[in-house]
Design a protein. Structure first.
Length: 441
């Protein structure tokens, strides 16, 4: 439908130009360009809408109908107090805590089907600069309120309303920096990082194991441009890549997430190590608000020092994913040490670089690449010492052209095929006679 509409607009633009020229007028090139731009934006909007509808349908099928529904949220300030009120289809249990670095309030709830306008979360009130919400785990949701000044949770209540509805009220009160810091330390000491079960490698299965990691998810949307979130774009690509790899019968493919659920950075690494993966591929999409002309895919490997300032910027942003979801964002400490493990880590990085170069070669023959297509930085999700790992930035959602492609099924199929070919080439080269790398993956 979008393609037909684009053809129609171009035809009408051509007819209009001919008509005006016949009457002694000239339609400016700028105007024609404007019409084409509007048409292109319409195509992107239709594609985004289709992607969002698909994601919504997937979530509904996952049991959203059994969860309480949140239909309205209000953030109000009065003096030293800020109050968040949430309208629910039925009463639920709720708890709230504070967390530092950055300062925020975490409201934990059972699984909630949020039907709230996204713009409501961008409104500020008093010392609260905004709030976000979403699934934190399969059976758990979160609301996170970002604090501009220290505050404590004065009260949390859920009151039954007429008709079986419920109303959640979280009341915050401004406090001193000292009291806030003390409370945050106390909460951090008793809070355990939720961890998902890790599937173990099946005995007797000789297939190579590839872990696909769609970035962000749940309460963490990632980059957001207009009405689309990075988490939806990368999940759609990850599922397409999984489909193509499994069709060959050569690989066992594990997804760190296959729906709109939050997975911590540490758990993403643990999943790859737990199944003894041969490859770990993290999928993302970047955005540069002040540089909409920047385009193309980029491949990243892990390293202590970033290859350049842009790589350092991106790693710093992606490493905050846990903090966005209200988790302690401190580094995970792997229980590995010694000379042998250091050698293993170096060997793993060597494999990662080999695969990254394959990706640049294969993707470069199919899709637009960034002018610096291969980079490295300290991504937390690429820290497995024994699993070759790369991060693919599919493109820039801030670029209208990239946004159009990222949401095109044709482009998605083409790019996923190129990644699949890079994976095939990587393992074929490792199995070639005389390759020292043959021993590991």
């Amino acid at each position: 439908m979008a393609a037909l509409w684009l053809t129609f607009v171009k035809r009408r633009a051509s007819e209009s130009r001919s008509f005006l020229l016949l009457h002694g007028l000239r339609l400016s090139v700028a105007c024609i360009g404007r019409i084409a731009l509007l048409a292109r934006r319409f195509v992107v909007a239709v594609a985004l809408g289709c992607l969002l509808a698909t994601a919504a349908a997937a979530n509904t099928g996952r049991g959203a109908g059994d969860s309480p529904v949140a239909t309205d949220a209000r953030l109000e300030a009065q003096g030293d107090t800020v109050r968040l009120t949430l309208t629910l289809s039925r009463p639920v249990t709720a708890t709230a805590t504070v967390m530092a670095g950055p300062d925020r309030v975490i409201v934990d709830l059972p699984s909630i089907n949020f039907q709230i306008e996204p713009k409501q979360g961008r409104k500020s009130a008093g010392f609260v600069s905004g709030f976000r919400y979403g699934l934190f785990m399969a059976d758990r949701a979160r609301i996170i309120l970002d604090l501009g000044q220290p505050a404590v949770v004065a009260s949390v209540s859920v009151k039954p309303q007429r008709g079986g509805f419920g109303e959640l009220t979280v009341e915050l009160k401004r406090t001193s920096r000292e009291e806030f810091a003390a409370l945050a330390r106390e909460e951090a000491a008793k809070t355990q990082l939720p961890s998902i079960p890790v599937e173990r490698k099946a005995e007797g299965d000789s297939r190579r194991i590839v872990v696909i990691d769609p970035g962000h998810g749940g309460i963490d949307p990632g980059t957001q441009v207009a009405a689309i979130a990075e988490k939806a774009v990368v999940l759609a690509f990850g599922l397409k890549l999984k489909e193509q790899l499994e069709a060959q019968g050569r690989y066992r493919v594990i997804m760190t997430r296959s729906d709109d659920t939050f997975i911590s950075l540490g758990d993403r690494v643990r999943i790859a190590r737990g199944v003894e993966a041969s490859l770990f591929i993290s999928i993302h999409a970047d955005s540069l608000a002040q540089a909409q002309d920047v385009r193309g895919a980029t491949i990243y490997t892990g390293s202590e020092r970033a290859s350049d300032a842009e790589a350092a910027r991106l790693a710093a942003k992606e490493n905050q994913a846990d903090a966005v979801a209200g988790l302690d964002s401190s580094e995970d400490v792997h229980d590995v040490a010694g000379i042998l493990m250091d050698l293993a880590r170096r060997e793993t990085r060597s494999f990662s670089t080999i695969f990254a170069r394959n990706l640049v070669e294969r993707l470069g023959g199919s899709v637009k690449m960034h002018k610096v297509p291969l980079r490295s930085a300290g991504f937390r999700v690429l820290t497995a010492p024994d699993v070759p790992s790369v991060l693919i930035e599919l493109g820039y959602m801030s670029s209208p052209k990239d946004a159009e492609l990222l949401n095109s099924e044709g482009w998605r199929n083409q790019a996923a095929s190129a990644v699949q070919q890079a994976i095939d080439q990587y393992f074929e080269r490792l199995q070639a006679p005389g390759k020292a790398a043959q021993s590991k993956p």
